[in-house]
Design a protein around this ligand. Structure first.
Ligand code: CP3
Length: 357
């Protein structure tokens, strides 16, 4: 099944080994900013129909790699597949984002949840992983992913996106034991899900803690970090060069880089609100760092994009004792549908050009 990997920059950077150029991939690199994605979506009918069909998921995973010299592919799927498999009934309303038909609102709702059967409920995801590995044929590594327990709990309890997280924060404040039972069953599911993706061929795994940053530091440590620690400790990842690296990404996690680096993860992904030199000093060489260009930089012109790419590359080097080792270039969060694909090419090429040895 596995051809030798022709571009291992991304995996080498996660091991903090020297690379010829800093590797780059972009969160949400597949999606609505690409006309070829919109064409496939028109055929398929909806995002969920795309994500649940392994051939289509494979096709849209590969689309950005045909345009740009990206150093990794990321599985086309969504973090909300786990709650969907738990029976919450995921659907999307145009312009409003994800929603659940049956949100988790009471202690009784929490106690009815169970870890989904991976093969029966999420086989479409692992089928997509195997197919993408076969189609990539060793061109670049494939990243599998999951939402973090806290971030999944936010969607499950709110029933969709939220501005103030009133329901999930109330549950955490009023029923902390039930909140911890909820986070435990999600964590067990995340570990099983990431393990299944790894078994199907994922060569790195990323956890998206999109909403950890909405918590106070005390609540972050209790309701988000604790479960990220459990994932990093319990997820089977193998040894040596065969080890499947883990990246913990979080929006608003700049204050917790030391604590995240101490979990045993291989990589920490940060957003754009912390200077990467400061993040690198806090990481003290214990982990690789991923990030952290402001996604809105893509609205700038090519000169501005090159300038900002150079600034991020140099900030990492300055905070990392003068070396570029251990940096995976990325945005600080995902791309938006109104971004210009030509600007993405400028960004990707600038990373390789400006970081060349
Ligand atoms: O990075 C990639 O290219 C891989 C694919 C990917 C998607 N979602 C595809 C997608 C990944 C890694 C995700 C993760 C995800 N999904 C997160 C965590 C990362 C982050 O952005 O913070 C979250 C919070 C979600 C939940 C979710 N799914 C939202 C908020 C939306 C957008 C809804 C909207 O209408 O804007 C989705 C849908 C979604 N997931 C799309 C894509 C390409 C848009 C689908 C479409 O309308 O075509």
């Amino acid at each position: 099944m596995s051809s030798p990997l022709r571009n291992d920059r991304f995996l080498r950077a996660l091991r903090r080994e020297p690379v010829d150029h800093t590797p780059v991939w972009l969160m949400r690199q597949a999606g609505r900013y690409l006309p070829e994605y919109l064409a496939v979506r028109r055929e398929a009918g909806s995002f969920l129909a795309m994500a649940k069909n392994p051939e289509i998921a494979c096709e849209v995973t590969l689309q950005p790699l045909r345009r740009f010299e990206l150093d990794a592919a990321i599985l086309f799927s969504d973090i909300l597949t786990i709650p969907d498999a738990m029976g919450l009934g995921l659907y999307f309303v145009e312009g409003e984002g994800p929603k659940f038909e049956r949100p988790v609102r009471s202690v009784g709702d929490v106690d009815r949840l169970a870890v989904p059967d991976m093969a029966a409920e999420l086989g479409y995801v692992t089928d997509a992983v195997s197919l993408i590995r076969r189609e990539l044929d060793g061109a670049v590594p494939l990243i599998g992913f999951s939402g973090s327990p806290w971030t999944l709990a936010c969607y499950m309890v709110e029933g969709g996106g939220s501005k103030n997280f009133s329901h999930v924060k109330s549950l955490a404040l009023n029923e902390p034991a039930a909140m911890h039972r909820l986070l435990d069953v999600i964590t067990d599911s995340v570990i099983a899900y990431l393990s299944a993706q790894r078994a199907a061929g994922a060569q790195a795994l990323q956890v998206f803690d999109t909403w950890g940053g909405v918590l106070s530091p005390t609540m972050y440590r209790e309701f988000s970090l604790r479960y990220l620690q459990r994932i990093a400790a319990e997820l089977e990842r193998g040894d040596g060069d065969a080890r499947t690296p883990l990246i913990l990404f979080g929006k608003g996690n700049g204050a917790y880089v030391e604590e995240l680096a101490a979990t045993g993860t291989e990589g920490v992904g940060v957003d754009w609100t912390i200077d990467l030199d400061e993040a690198a000093r806090r990481a003290r060489g214990r982990v690789a760092l991923q990030g952290n260009l402001d996604p809105a930089t893509l609205y700038g012109n090519p000169d501005a994009i090159r300038r900002e790419v150079g600034r991020v590359l140099d900030a990492y080097r300055d905070g990392n004792g003068g070396s570029r080792e251990g940096h995976v270039f990325n945005l600080g969060h995902g791309m938006s549908p109104d971004m210009n694909p030509d600007h993405v090419k400028v960004l990707v090429d600038a990373v390789h050009e400006l970081s060349a040895r």
